[in-house]
Design a protein around this ligand. Structure first.
Ligand code: KG4
Ligand code: ZN
Length: 404
């Protein structure tokens, strides 16, 4: 049986800081025609399909999780993932069309994740997307997964029009595979700060796995940390002198050593299969609270240093780890202190979903890209040339005339 997160998102967590004198978010114009974009996301272990309209309103966002299939293995098994995508797609897409109240021929453009991700999984979504686009004779966009996360904070959680991303903004994407501070200008993306080793979400998962928690461990580590008093002793923020970078592998090692110490002290049992971790002793919660505090402090440190070197006007924060409770609280106070316009991704769109993929395609169209001329799945895909060179730019001539 397929489990869905679908339909109508209930509450918004998007932070609108207009009361601090910052400009209110500009909404997408509700055009007389509402082109509909079908989004598909199958880069990892979620099968997702969404429909958005030309104002970036999410008419449907269905995510079918494969958690149950992968849980016995403690992580994602690529072969199982592609098979599950194929199995789940008919029900997921039918549900998305039903919730949106449309039929497939109503769709005006199709977007699917092109990479990075598991090649077999990407291939399923890409082939479906290209096939549908070809059949309907509508444009197709092969979207970079991070391009989707990057624009997701501009989606509205309450089914309203999306807000228009300014021509220049900064994006902080924190997920299981990425920890990146990005500079976006006129739809082109360049990287400012990258992780040199593990991604932040990956480290949360590995530390949780060492404690025997069920996959995915990140959200549960966050919950357990919420119940602890941060133990700062074993942890220190990775230093970065000169060129800025993120680094989380040292923090991971510190956490793993601290867990070993608890086991040696007899506080924690080594025979670990703790499920949701309810039985873990208070000292473990304190340890996780200290670990989480240090990870978040590193993000704040790099943001502060980037901001002092070159001021950040608007920061859009996204990716699975953007659901982290402490991170959200701390980012709000940092942005308050620093006069930064903060857009936190609505919780419903922080994890992988297809609404963000469809919306990235809409953003491409706003920048004049009409579709991709060449598409192949890519397990690795640099994003410093986004949208890719083979995306077709229709308005090139007009744009050059606009700028004197
Ligand atoms: O963006 P996402 O859904 O998939 C990737 O593109 O990687 O991010 C998933 C990652 C996982 O590592 C998961 O453990 C982590 O985000 N994550 C969290 C939280 N919720 C999800 N990490 C820390 N705290 C959370 N609340
Ligand atoms: Zn993701």
């Amino acid at each position: 049986m397929v489990g869905y997160r679908s339909g109508r998102p209930q509450n918004t967590t998007m932070v609108r800081l207009t009361e601090r004198g910052l400009k209110p978010p500009e909404r997408y114009p509700v055009a007389p025609e509402h082109p509909l974009i079908l989004g598909i996301e199958t880069s990892c272990d979620d099968t997702a399909c969404a429909v958005i309209d030309g104002a970036g309103r999410v008419l449907a966002s269905v995510v079918s999780s494969q958690l149950a299939a992968h849980r016995p293995y403690g992580g994602v098994v690529p072969e199982i993932a592609s098979r599950e995508h194929l199995k789940n797609w008919p029900a997921v897409s039918a549900e998305a069309l039903r919730v949106a109240g449309i039929e497939l021929p109503d769709v005006d453009a199709v977007a699917a994740t092109r990479g990075p991700g598991l090649v077999g999984s990407l291939l399923v979504g890409l082939s479906l997307g290209r096939g549908i686009a070809r059949g309907l004779e509508v444009p197709f966009h092969g979207v970079h997964h991070i391009e989707g996360h990057l624009v997701s904070p501009f989606l509205d959680a309450e089914l309203g029009a999306a807000s228009v991303a300014p021509e220049r903004f900064h994006g902080l994407v924190i997920s299981g595979g990425h920890t990146s501070l990005l500079d976006v200008r006129d739809g082109q993306v360049s990287s400012m700060v990258e992780t040199r080793d593990d991604a932040m979400g990956e480290v949360f998962d590995k530390v949780g796995k060492r404690l025997g928690l069920d996959y995915p461990q990140g959200p549960r580590v966050d919950e357990l940390a919420e119940e602890g008093e941060p133990d700062p002793r074993p942890f220190s923020v990775a230093r970065a002198k000169g060129e800025l970078f993120f680094s989380f592998s040292g923090l991971k090692t510190q956490a793993l050593r601290a867990i070993e110490q608890l086991e040696r002290d007899g506080v924690l049992s080594g025979a670990s299969a703790h499920g949701n971790g309810e039985d873990l002793p208070a000292a473990t919660r304190d340890l996780l609270a200290g670990f989480r505090r240090t990870a978040v402090d590193q993000i704040l440190d790099r943001l502060e240093r980037s901001h002092s070197a070159r001021p950040i006007d608007l920061l859009a924060v996204s990716g699975g780890v953007a659901a982290n409770r402490l991170l959200r609280r701390e980012l709000v106070s940092w942005a308050d202190r620093s006069g930064v316009d903060l857009r936190l991704v609505p919780l419903i769109y922080s994890g992988d979903n297809a609404a963000m993929i469809a919306f990235a395609a809409l953003e491409r169209q706003r920048h004049g890209f009409v579709g991709d001329s060449e598409i192949a799945p890519a397990s690795r895909l640099p994003f410093d040339k986004l949208p890719p060179e083979h995306a077709v730019l229709e308005r090139n001539a007009d744009r050059h005339q606009e700028t004197p």
